[in-house]
Design a protein around this ligand. Structure first.
Ligand code: COA
Length: 240
């Protein structure tokens, strides 16, 4: 199924109706104008049940290739403008079915699009791939030769980050695939994963990395990281 982008385009608030009919609400709505979610059919984290109840049939239809809903309602046939079912403060979402993410090398002109991605400023063209989804950069992966003395001949993933709303869609794996194509043949690939970041460690384990026991932290003992290694196997079809 295609990835759909859900963008918050308008947030109304009928204060008069609320004053007359509604009990006080501690968290009436946690959405923000401009907020964006991506989904392959599952309710995205942070999107409330009320919004998902009305959006999900459109996501299912558009994500599975339907187009031109309601006889040409939308200018872009693979989209729909749908609001959540909160009658006091309806939120309008643009739902768009997108082409698969494009994984390509980082270009100097991408810099302006990467402000939301931590560590992106450190990435150099020629040493990083980006993932473009629906015309936006939603992730990157920086790579190069291993910086560890005892890992000469290995490549290294020095950072990988996917925007929160676009995680879990297979983009991180495709970025690793692209970096691996550059780093191998070679003795293998290393990555330093934050020790407390269970989710990243499991992601790398899922890809075939294993912790090799090496650990490091900065001068104050913070930012502890463990080294994970993907070793080239003997049965790979290139000489080591
Ligand atoms: C960690 C991160 C890069 C993963 O990227 P992602 O796009 O969310 O992951 P994907 O959707 O590509 O997942 C690929 C595979 O890993 C698995 N996976 C991902 N996260 C997982 C987790 N926490 N536990 C187990 N498996 C996991 C997926 O199930 C999927 O498996 P499959 O190929 O068998 O279906 C991303 O979540 C991220 O940017 N996190 C914040 C930054 C970060 O922690 N960076 C790493 C610091 S070194």
């Amino acid at each position: 199924m295609k990835i759909c982008r859900l963008s918050v385009k308008r947030m109304a608030n009928y204060a008069g109706l609320s004053a007359q009919y509604e009990n006080p609400q501690p968290h009436p709505c946690d959405l923000a104008l401009g907020q964006v979610f991506y989904t392959r059919g599952r309710q995205p984290a942070g999107l409330c049940d009320s919004a998902w109840a009305t959006l999900s049939p459109f996501v299912m239809a558009l994500g599975n290739g339907a187009a031109g809903l309601y006889d040409g309602w939308m200018k872009d046939p693979a989209s729909a403008m749908v609001s959540c079912n909160d009658g006091f403060r309806p939120v309008s979402f643009l739902v768009e079915a997108l082409e698969e993410p494009l994984i390509r090398p980082l270009e100097p002109e991408d810099a302006g699009q990467m402000e939301d991605l931590p560590f992106a400023a450190w990435q150099s063209p020629g040493m990083a791939f980006v993932a473009a989804l629906g015309g936006r950069i939603v992730g990157f992966c920086g790579y190069g030769p291993s910086r560890d003395e005892d890992k000469k001949g290995f490549g290294e993933i020095d950072s990988i980050y996917i925007l929160k709303g676009a995680q879990g869609l297979g983009i991180g794996k495709r970025l690793l695939d692209a970096a691996f194509r550059e780093l191998l043949p070679g003795l293998g690939v290393t990555v330093w994963a934050p020790k407390e970041n269970r989710s990243a460690i499991e992601f790398f384990e899922n890809y075939g990395f294993q912790a090799d026991g090496a650990e490091k932290s900065n001068h104050s003992g913070k930012d502890a990281a463990i080294r994970m290694v993907w070793n080239s196997r003997e049965d790979l079809p290139w000489p080591i």
